[in-house]
Design a protein around this ligand. Structure first.
Ligand code: C5P
Length: 205
């Protein structure tokens, strides 16, 4: 069985948490596609040319924790605007999306470019202030010393760059279900995603 759940939206909207929980619930594989761009950005900061950095990515580059800094996030969003970088990462993501047994991918262009045929598309969003507060708490819990203003400014700069780029900009697919999590708990957001997916699975059977 192939069954793809595409979860897109701006930075820190809750996509990752929803994606992980939905994948665990249905026993699907999960890919955080932001990690591919973060790892490419990290390698660029280390001196590699961005397209080479994307082409040469290996599993060890995707080790998550060192990639979760605003500096790497900014580098990710800069390399993500380069069409050749995106092209280098397409095949891996498409194959992952259509692997047997079901897949959940979260990112910016999953429902629009990587897998327009996805069985479920969600566009997860929240107000800037809510997203910044959540990300700030997350980074502080990891021991990073950042102000709320710095986190807000990182998110806003990336969203602006991600939305304005010519190739695969951040936007909701026309057939995506919109999920505004500003006033929702994680449990509520996950519940909506589970319900939408269960309905689609039932419709297929
Ligand atoms: O999701 P995350 O915040 O980790 O993504 C980091 C950056 O990677 C984003 O700001 C965006 O520029 C880029 N990205 C992308 N397309 C994706 C996933 C992430 O352009 N599918």
């Amino acid at each position: 069985m192939t069954f793809t759940i595409a979860i897109d939206g701006p930075a820190a909207a809750g996509k990752g948490t929803v994606a992980k929980r939905v994948a665990a619930h249905f026993g699907f594989a999960h890919l955080d596609t932001g990690l591919l761009y973060r790892a490419t950005g990290r390698r660029m900061l280390d001196g590699l040319e961005p397209v080479e950095a994307a082409r040469g990515l290996g599993a060890a580059d995707l080790e998550a924790d060192a990639l979760r800094t605003p500096e790497v996030a900014q580098a990710a969003s800069r390399v993500a605007a380069l069409p050749e970088v995106r092209a280098a990462l397409v095949d891996f993501q498409r194959a992952f999306a259509r692997r047997a047994g079901g897949a959940v991918l979260d990112g910016r262009d999953i429902g629009t470019v990587i897998c327009p045929e996805a069985e479920v598309k969600l566009y997860v969003t929240a107000t800037d202030d809510v997203r910044a507060a959540r990300r700030h708490a997350e980074l502080c819990a990891k021991g990073m010393d950042l102000t709320l203003e710095e986190v807000l400014s990182d998110l806003q700069q990336r969203d602006a760059r991600d939305s304005a780029r010519a190739t695969a900009p951040l936007k909701a697919a026309e057939d995506a279900v919109l999920l505004d999590t500003s006033e929702m708990s994680i449990e509520q957001a996950v519940a909506v995603a589970l319900r939408v997916t269960a309905e689609r699975l039932a419709g297929q059977g």
